[in-house]
Design a protein around this ligand. Structure first.
Ligand code: E4P
Length: 219
């Protein structure tokens, strides 16, 4: 399973990219606002220069014509830009047009498996089930990921990738991989938290202390 980071914070993206774990980035209007991206085009292009992989940029139009117009514009910014389109009636019609033009779409705000199937049939490159938001309302979000993965695997004509989104904690990364998701996108804090373990810290302290003792004994 590949890992994307769900943020528009350039410093966080640089740090995580330096670890060699990032295959892409997902943004949304909330994340761009949080990062204070004044010139959105420049900001997205900067992200594309840090991470060599798909970078999702979301449309804000709600009608098909507006979505397609925005999508063409965003896709022209950089070859790695993937356009995020919400799963609505207008969104599906937009996905179909964009897929025919070869513009890659990440279908966002997926909360049931049939929404994912519709997006795939319309030609989306990615579907993003929001598992954390389902967990937030006492529903098992990972079940949705599992169902979509099974449905897609059962149909050899579907090549759409499952991008598990809205992850809340490191365990979600493990479960998404076990469920067969192609990609998981997680906030920087979740990716960082997953790296740390108290036994790693204690183990390292002991190794260093023993090394120091050995050096002192040799002096
Ligand atoms: C995915 O592409 C979305 O940007 C994101 O995962 C939403 O996560 P949230 O539920 O934490 O806002």
């Amino acid at each position: 399973m590949k890992l994307f980071v769900d943020t528009a914070d350039l410093q966080e993206i640089r740090t995580l990219a330096s670890w060699g774990i990032l295959a892409g980035v997902t943004t949304n209007p909330t994340l761009l606002a949080r990062a204070g991206a004044r010139d959105v085009r420049q900001h997205i292009v900067e992200i594309c220069e840090i991470v060599q992989g798909p970078v999702s940029m979301e449309v804000v139009a709600t009608d098909t014509e507006g979505m397609v117009r925005e999508a063409r514009e965003y896709a022209s910014w950089h070859p790695n830009v993937v356009v995020k389109i919400p799963i609505t009636e207008a969104g599906l019609a937009a996905i179909r047009i964009l897929a025919q033009e070869g513009i890659r779409v990440n279908t966002t705000l997926i909360f049931n498996p049939v929404q994912a199937l519709y997006a795939a049939l319309a030609g989306a490159t990615y579907v993003s089930p929001f598992l954390g938001r389902l967990d937030d309302i006492a529903t098992e979000g990972m079940t949705l990921v599992r169902e979509i993965v099974t449905m897609f695997r059962n149909d050899p004509d579907i090549h759409t990738q499952v991008l598990a989104a809205s992850l809340r904690h490191p365990r979600h990364i493990v479960e998404a991989a076990k469920a067969g998701a192609d990609i998981a996108t997680a906030p920087p804090a979740v990716l960082k938290k997953a790296l740390h373990h108290p036994l790693t810290d204690i183990g390292l302290e002991r190794f260093l202390a023993d090394w120091r003792r050995l050096q002192e004994g040799q002096a």
